[in-house]
Design a protein around this ligand. Structure first.
Ligand SMILES: [Zn+2]
Length: 394
C-alpha cells in the first residue's frame, strides 16, 4: 500500500506533464495508472486511433451498483505566446496559490480526486466511484465520446456524474451546446481582368458568411428564449474567413469557420440543414461558373448542451457535497457534461478554481480552493458506504 500523497503533491506532478492537446498524453496517463495501481486500483486505457492518446477509466468499489463518475480531461491548452512569470509546466507556489498550466483547468480537480483514492477504497462499499479521464477536451471534446460510451456501457448506469471543470464549487446544471464547422470553397482562379472566366471563391465564402449572419439575426430576434443564459438565445458566429492572394488574381480558394452555440432543446440539426441549404445554393451558383468548383463542409468540433433540472436530486446532492458552495448556476462555457447527460446519467459541473483564469498566462488555483474541493471529496467518500439511491435519490 502506497503512502498517501497530498493533493498539492499530486498537482505538482500533474502540472509537470506538458499535456497540451497537440501532444501525446500517454505519460500523464501512465503516471496516473501507476498511482492507482499503487493503491490497488485497476484502470483501463481507451486509446485513440493513433495510439498517441488515451482516456483512462477506473472503478473503485462494487461494479454492480449505481456509482458516481468523477470526470476530467487530462489535456491543457498551449502556452505559446503567453507571458508567464514562472515556467508554465512547473507548479509554482506563491501567495497561497499554485501557478501552472492546468492548475485550474483542470488538474486541480484530478489531484483532489486522486488524493482521495485511499478514502474511496476504504469507504466505497455500496456506491462505487468511476474515475473517467479524457484527452483532447480542449480541441472539441474529441476523446470523451468513446470514454462516455464505456461508462454508459456499464450494466448498471451510474447515478451521478460530476464534471470537475472550474466553477468555484458552484453546481453548474446547464450550458449551451456547440457545433463548429469549416467551409472550404474551391472556385476557379484567373486574371482579374477576366473575372467572367473565373469563379471567385472569396465572394462565395463572403455570401455564405453574410447568410449565416442573417440567420444569426433571425434567431436572436425570433428564436426561443432561455433566460438562464447570456445571451438568452442561440448564437451563430463566423470566426474566420480567409482567401485570396493578390488583387490582380481571382481567388480560387477560401475558407470560413463558423460555430453555433445553442440553448438546450434547440433543434440544432434543423439549423445546420438551413446552413447547408445556403451552402448548397452557393455551390450551385459557383458550379454554374466553373463545373469543377466545390464547397466542402467539415466538422470541427461539437458537444451537446447540458440541461439538468436545477431542482433535481443530482444538483441537490452535489450542492450538499460542496457544502452549499456558491449555489446552482448555468455556465457560459461548454464541457463534456452534455455527453454524459445524453446517456441518461444525471450530470453536473462542479470543481475548484475559476474558468476566468483558464487558458491564460499564470493560470492558478488557490490553496483554499483546493482545500474546499478536498472537503467535498471527503464528504463524497463518507457517503459511499450507502447505496446511491439513499443519498442521491433518483
Ligand atoms: Zn477544462
Amino acid at each position: 500500500m502506497a503512502s498517501e500523497q497530498s493533493t498539492t503533491a499530486i498537482l505538482d506532478r500533474l502540472i509537470g506533464f506538458a499535456s497540451m492537446s497537440s501532444e501525446s498524453n500517454l505519460d500523464i496517463v501512465q503516471w496516473i495508472e501507476n498511482y492507482l495501481s499503487q493503491h490497488g486500483v485497476a484502470s483501463r486505457r481507451i486509446p485513440d486511433r493513433s495510439g498517441r492518446k488515451a482516456s483512462l477509466l477506473a472503478t473503485i468499489g462494487p461494479l454492480d451498483r449505481p456509482g458516481v463518475v468523477l470526470s476530467a480531461h487530462t489535456d491543457v491548452v498551449p502556452v505559446a505566446g503567453q507571458d508567464w512569470s514562472s515556467p508554465p509546466f512547473v507548479a509554482t507556489m506563491r501567495d497561497g496559490r499554485i501557478v501552472g498550466r492546468g492548475a485550474t483547468d483542470m488538474k486541480g480537480f484530478i489531484a483532489c480526486a486522486l488524493a482521495h483514492v485511499p478514502q474511496f477504497k476504504a469507504s466505497a462499499t455500496a456506491t462505487p466511484i468511476h474515475l473517467a479521464l479524457s484527452y483532447d477536451e480542449e480541441v472539441g471534446c474529441l476523446g470523451a465520446p468513446d470514454l462516455v460510451a464505456e461508462v454508459a456501457a456499464n450494466p448498471v448506469r451510474p447515478a451521478l456524474c460530476i464534471v470537475g471543470e472550474p466553477t468555484g464549487l458552484a453546481v453548474g446544471y446547464a450550458h449551451k451546446g456547440k457545433v463548429a464547422r469549416r467551409v472550404v470553397v474551391t472556385g476557379r482562379g484567373g486574371h482579374s481582368a477576366l473575372p467572367h472566366r473565373a469563379a471567385n471563391a472569396v465572394i462565395a465564402a463572403a455570401r455564405i458568411a453574410a447568410a449565416l449572419e442573417d440567420m444569426a439575426q433571425q434567431v436572436a430576434r425570433h428564436g426561443a428564449r432561455h433566460q438562464a443564459f447570456d445571451p438568452p438565445y442561440t448564437t451563430i458566429h463566423v470566426g474566420s474567413l480567409h482567401g485570396g492572394t493578390a488583387l490582380n488574381f481571382v481567388p480560387d480558394r477560401a475558407t470560413l469557420e463558423f460555430e453555433i452555440r445553442y440553448t438546450p432543446g434547440t433543434d440544432v440539426a434543423a439549423m445546420l440543414r438551413q446552413a447547408d441549404a445556403t451552402i448548397d445554393a452557393e455551390r450551385g451558383r459557383l458550379k454554374a461558373q466553373a463545373p469543377e468548383a466545390a464547397i466542402v463542409v467539415e466538422d470541427m468540433a461539437s458537444y451537446p448542451a447540458l440541461m439538468t433540472e436545477a431542482a433535481s436530486p443530482a444538483v441537490t446532492a452535489v450542492q450538499r457535497l460542496a457544502n452549499g458552495g456558491s449555489g446552482a448556476t448555468t455556465l457560459s462555457f461548454g464541457t463534456e457534461a452534455g455527453l454524459y447527460a445524453q446517456t441518461g446519467i444525471p450530470t453536473v459541473v462542479c470543481g475548484p478554481g475559476d474558468i476566468a483564469r483558464a487558458h491564460k498566462a499564470d493560470e492558478w488555483v488557490g490553496m483554499d480552493e483546493l482545500a474546499a474541493a478536498d472537503a467535498m471529496m471527503r464528504r463524497l467518500a463518507a457517503e459511499l458506504g450507502k447505496p446511491a439511491e439513499e443519498w442521491i435519490g433518483r
